[in-house]
Design a protein. Structure first.
Length: 107
């Protein structure tokens, strides 16, 4: 399946919603980190999970056994490399959103 599934779309929508909820409730990113970290950190962790699920590592990652049998990389090295790539895919956009919101919401 090449298109966007309903699960992936809902994971992306929930990630966006969970990211902006603390900002809207508390009034900005700096305020969310200083006045409401009890709300901000759980919401942003769940937003990272939503971005990770949106990236679809189970669907997009190559099969490590097939790659290892082709002589490209050992299974462990391929697993670590793919895991780090998907972690960057989940945390990179979230870090960008945090930094952009700190600049835009607190002028």
């Amino acid at each position: 399946m090449l298109g966007l599934t309903l699960f992936e779309a809902s994971a992306f929508a929930s990630a966006i919603l969970l990211f902006f909820v603390p900002l809207a409730i508390v009034g900005g990113s700096v305020q969310a980190l200083t006045r409401g970290p009890w709300l901000t950190f759980p919401c942003w962790i769940l937003a990272a999970v939503g971005v990770h699920l949106f990236a679809g590592p189970g669907r997009n990652a190559p099969d490590p056994l097939v790659a290892a049998s082709a002589g490209r990389l050992p299974v462990t090295a391929l697993f670590v490399r793919e895991g780090l790539a998907f972690l960057a895919m989940a945390l990179g956009p979230l870090a960008f959103l945090i930094l952009a919101s700190m600049i835009l919401w607190n002028r």
